[in-house]
Design a protein around this ligand. Structure first.
Ligand SMILES: [Zn+2]
Length: 680
């Protein structure tokens, strides 16, 4: 045994050993009770980053601990084709070559992306294997595997049969650069210095930030309590200053109109504004498609046809000014919706899309009906009831409230995307939103293996980042409930975001990104893992720094040195067995272990590890070994046996956190069974 601990050398030996014994296959576990986790599938469009390494570490701790506690562990890995996200990455590659996705014929483009993604999958899998995680490799799934695609389509057909999806023309969020629709979650609000234009328009003055949309107005609206306007007729005839013809507009009185905005009169553009679109639906007004897919004026008979919005706005403002109809212009700070990827302003447009109806009631099957205590309910309701009844435990608990608040405001989900990369919607040109397949992931991955993995559903823990609570976790809950009548998981553990020493989020532009594989090579994989766990509870952001890696390495050295002392002295003693139950140090250890098990069951892994760290260093190494050292040199059996037994217990408890070093030391202790299969 080397005097100094060399992580790289032992990692290679241990990794080979785990591979040889088939670690990760639930069939090889000695336990009987199923324990399952579905790994959040990394997007197959890049390489493994720090966020993945953090996620894999936490999940590996859960997997290893439960395996050692006598569970049969399925930890199902996979990859996500990541629809639009991958397309953006791929487009950047094309841009480097001076190309665009619109230069390709669809089939060819799909094939090219598929090739790219397959390469990325290979790369990430290699990196995951390098990290030595104990997932169930043989059950790996990709969102575009044939059986998975078939199951996704089956889900869609079922939703169709239950009338929970509907194809209809509705206003959707549209990015003119990427030329696809988005769900509400993919739109972000950005502060913008804009102007409010006051325009004399028919019998009113209206205020608007988008004067060019005047081309697609169909009416006016005011609040019924607003005495300035409540006497107006339902229809108003006037000469339209921009269309330059006589028009008849609707005049609507609706509670939703804010009397304090502008002049209190709203111009209604249902073809471009979500509020106006709802008004139009409510009062049966027509709507006009003002913009095309590239964000240009789409009105064929208009002199503005084909112009970009800014060009049209300029001309329209000039004309209004000429006619003396531009009353005033005020500076106006506003929030505009932009594409979350390219920050292009979202131009809503009416489109025929598939929507998942979250408020529509449907007949619940027996299982589901029993679970929520209703015969009929909507997807939103079943989710709400399941969460309110605490059928899922959230770690940390505050996310339970967050998800309930979010559910209240949830609207129908647009699941159509106008890109080639994804699963084709049957009978449509479009593909499903990538989150549509993700939302079914726990159900369909397990189902794709037939009855073989059935016992692992519902899964035990869903571990993921809190940043995708709404995108993913919430949707998995309602889809799981809908498809199986059961929750897809019993516990949700949400980890935080990674930050640097100064507390800043890691990003390429800040230049503070750390590559996990470089850290693993320099300080060892166990050091990287420990750095993730120290001082990080569920839901809290994770600070990562050089200092932490060095601190972790010091602890590993401490464990190495203390273990080495026992290992080297072991030769002097032949197969001792003694009763040390009443020894005070051993008793102290057993008390400690009780607390450790409690913390681990409560998923308080960070506290559990920090306690272990302290116990190993300050109790075991500093006190217990010191106390017995001289006696061990004098070949005192009992002294040796106490230290030896305590070390073994500590290595077992440490194993989920720092598996490489502990497995290696276990081997040096000449134990027959690999440590990963020992019982804690
Ligand atoms: Zn965009």
């Amino acid at each position: 045994m080397d005097i100094r601990f060399k992580s790289f050398k032992i990692e290679n030996l241990v990794r080979k050993k785990w591979k040889k014994i088939g670690l990760g296959d639930p069939e090889n576990d000695w336990g009987k009770i199923p324990f399952s986790m579905i790994m959040p599938p990394p997007n197959a469009n890049g390489s493994l980053h720090m966020g993945h390494a953090l996620m894999l570490t936490i999940e590996d701790i859960f997997a290893r601990y439960n395996r050692m506690r006598g569970k049969k562990v399925l930890w199902l890995p996979g990859f996500d084709h990541a629809g639009f996200e991958t397309l953006v990455v791929f487009e950047k590659e094309l841009e480097k070559k001076g190309l665009s996705r619109f230069d390709f014929e669809e089939k060819k483009l799909y094939k090219e992306i598929f090739k790219f993604v397959k390469e990325k999958i290979k790369e990430i899998r290699k990196q995951e294997e390098f990290l030595g995680i104990s997932c169930s490799w043989k059950y790996e799934k990709f969102t575009l595997d044939k059986d998975i695609v078939n199951l996704v389509i089956k889900t869609f057909e079922k939703l169709k049969k239950d009338k929970l999806v509907e194809e209809g023309e509705r206003l959707v969020n549209w990015c003119p650069k990427h030329q696809t629709a988005f769900s509400d979650l993919e739109v972000v609000l950005k502060e913008k210095d804009s102007f409010l234009y006051y325009i004399k328009y028919g019998p009113f003055t209206v205020a608007t930030t988008r004067p060019e949309t005047i081309l697609a107005d169909v009416g006016f609206a005011a609040n019924p309590k607003d005495s300035r306007y409540s006497h107006f007729n339902k229809k108003i005839k006037f000469y339209h200053p921009i269309l330059e013809k006589e028009v008849e507009f609707y005049f609507i009185l609706d509670e939703g109109v804010d009397p304090n905005f502008g002049t209190g009169v709203l111009k209604i553009t249902p073809g471009h504004d979500f509020f106006d679109f709802e008004l139009a639906k409510k009062y049966n007004l027509p709507y006009i498609h003002i913009f095309d897919e590239k964000g240009r004026i789409n009105l064929k008979d208009s002199i503005y046809y084909g112009l970009k919005k800014d060009e049209a706005r300029k001309l329209i403002l000039e004309k209004l000014k000429e006619k003396g109809l531009l009353e005033k212009i005020e500076p106006y700070k506003t929030y505009i919706p932009v594409c979350y990827k390219c920050e292009t302003e979202i131009e809503p447009r009416p489109m025929k899309q598939w929507f998942l109806l979250v408020d529509k009631k449907f007949k619940l099957n027996k299982k589901l009906s029993k679970l929520v205590g209703k015969k009929e309910a909507s997807l939103k309701e079943i989710t709400k009831i399941a969460i309110e009844k605490d059928l899922i435990q959230f770690y940390p608990e505050r996310f339970k409230k967050a998800i309930l608040v979010w559910l209240e405001n949830l609207k129908d989900w647009n699941i159509s995307r106008q890109i080639v990369w994804g699963i084709k919607i049957p009978g449509s040109k479009d593909v499903f939103d990538t989150w549509f397949s993700s939302s079914q992931w726990p159900v369909i991955t397990i189902k794709s293996f037939g009855r073989k993995l059935q016992k692992f559903y519902p899964t035990t823990i869903m571990e993921t980042g809190y940043d995708i609570l709404y995108f993913w976790v919430s949707r998995m809950i309602f889809m799981g409930l809908y498809l199986t009548g059961e929750l897809p998981f019993k516990k949700v553990y949400l980890h935080g975001l990674l930050r640097d020493e100064k507390g800043q989020k890691m990003s390429k532009s800040k230049g503070n990104v750390i590559n996990p594989l470089e850290v693993a090579q320099k300080y060892g994989i166990d050091s990287l893992r420990i750095s993730f766990i120290m001082q990080t509870e569920a839901g809290k952001d994770v600070i990562i720094s050089e200092k932490k890696f060095i601190g972790a390495q010091r602890f590993l050295n401490k464990v190495w040195n203390a273990s080495r002392f026992i290992i080297l002295n072991k030769k002097k003693f032949k197969d001792i067995k003694m009763n040390i139950k009443n020894d005070e140090d051993f008793k102290k250890l057993m008390e400690f272990k009780k607390e450790y098990l409690k913390l681990m069951e409560e998923l308080k892994i960070s506290i559990a590890f920090e306690n272990l760290y302290k116990f190993f260093w300050f109790e075991f190494a500093d006190k217990i070994i010191e106390k017995h050292k001289d006696k061990i040199y004098q070949k005192d059996k009992k002294s040796f046996y106490i230290c030896f037994s305590i070390l073994k217990e500590l290595l077992k408890m440490l194993h989920p956190f720092m598996p490489f070093l502990t497995e290696y030391l276990w081997q040096e202790l000449k134990e027959k069974k690999p440590l990963c299969y020992e019982r804690i």
